[in-house]
Design a protein around this ligand. Structure first.
Ligand code: G3H
Ligand code: 13P
Ligand code: NA
Ligand code: ZN
Length: 319
């Protein structure tokens, strides 16, 4: 059934596990997640970015997600707006029927300039008020995630981006968010680290402090793809060109989960799996032109990586 994200994350907190939040733009990605959920008996968070809603005319995506909840009645499904950047975006997602929204008030509309704290508090508080009256969950964000190759992790400094614990506590208390995305050393996309991470990618002390001070606010890690070498290799082997890169090691995510992370956002790993599978078919069978001939392997490749993450995050067996 469709459930609020709060319900899923409360259960996860009780059970001490994390729940992957996987991004979708189309039917095959939704099917991949649902098949993975069924195979591993996992509750799921399916999330759509603003870009995904624009790409799919959101109503298509919404009805596909409804179909998912219908066809997999044993799986609790939360339908989440990823990176809403205004009250209006969150409101329209709620009115469409999403059970959870992220109000990402950490950046201004240009997507670059950090907002001031008060601005973020104000817009997020408004979203919480609107959402909670309707039983919808809210994720906020405090701190700014690293951008592409801006020096996080093995690269060097970049520490100015990490979340300040005092701000996190004040933000959570004043807004009443259910979940809070914090910046603890991750960044979006495939190019997170230009060297193999040394096992200390995440600012674990920061995470522990925030979790101890906000035990009832579910912590969220964005930018949590692991960018596995084998998925990169398939793409490169069949005519693609990815520069050498490293993501967040699964073991570090697991350590994060031990210390209070409940929602883990993954998009890039799915994209890599899909693209590799399609490239392989195109390279090996250039005579083929039926989209099912490459979308089916693409869907299976995404299902495989999503299943792995569900097992690794500990949500498997909890549906
Ligand atoms: O946070 C970004 C997610 O990976 C979604 O990406 O905005 O390109 O759909 P997108
Ligand atoms: P990745 O790019 O690491 O998959 O992160 C996705 C994300 O944070 C979506 O909000
Ligand atoms: Na999100
Ligand atoms: Zn994100």
């Amino acid at each position: 059934p469709l459930v609020s994200m709060r319900q899923l994350l409360d259960e996860a907190a009780k059970g001490g596990y994390g729940v992957g939040a996987f991004n979708v733009n189309n039917m095959e990605q939704i099917q991949a997640i649902m098949e993975a959920a069924r195979a591993t008996k996992s509750p799921v968070i399916i999330q759509a970015s603003r870009g995904a809603r624009a790409y799919s005319q959101d109503k298509f995506l919404y009805h596909l997600m409804l179909a998912a909840a219908d066809l997999y009645p044993e799986i609790p499904v939360a339908m989440h707006q990823d990176h809403g950047n205004s009250f209006e975006t969150c409101k329209s997602a709620i009115e469409l029927g999403f059970t959870s929204v992220m109000m990402d008030g950490s950046l201004k509309a240009d997507g670059k300039t950090p907002t001031d704290f008060e601005e973020n508090v104000e817009v997020t508080r408004r979203v919480v008020e609107f959402a909670h009256e309707r039983g919808v969950t809210v994720e906020g964000e405090i701190g700014v995630l690293g951008g592409i190759e801006d020096g996080h992790g093995a690269g060097g400094t970049g520490l100015e981006h990490v979340t300040d614990p005092d701000q996190a506590v004040e933000f959570a208390e004043r807004t009443g968010v259910d979940a809070l995305a914090i910046a603890i050393g991750t960044s979006h996309g495939a190019y997170k680290f230009s060297k193999k991470p040394d096992g200390k990618v995440l600012k674990m002390d920061l995470l522990i402090e925030i979790h101890n001070r906000l035990p009832r606010t579910h912590l969220v890690m964005h930018g949590s793809s692991s960018v596995p070498k084998d998925l990169q290799d398939v793409i490169n082997q069949y005519g693609g060109h990815l520069k050498p890169t490293w993501g967040v090691p699964v073991e570090e995510i697991q350590l994060g989960i031990k210390n209070g992370v409940r929602k883990i956002n993954v998009d890039t790993d799915s994209r890599l799996a899909i693209t590799g599978a399609i490239r392989k078919v195109f390279a090996e069978s250039p005579e083929k032109f039926d989209p099912r001939d490459y979308l089916k392997p693409a869907r299976e490749a995404m299902q495989k990586v999503v299943s792995e993450r569900m097992t690794e995050f500990g949500q498997a067996g909890h549906a």
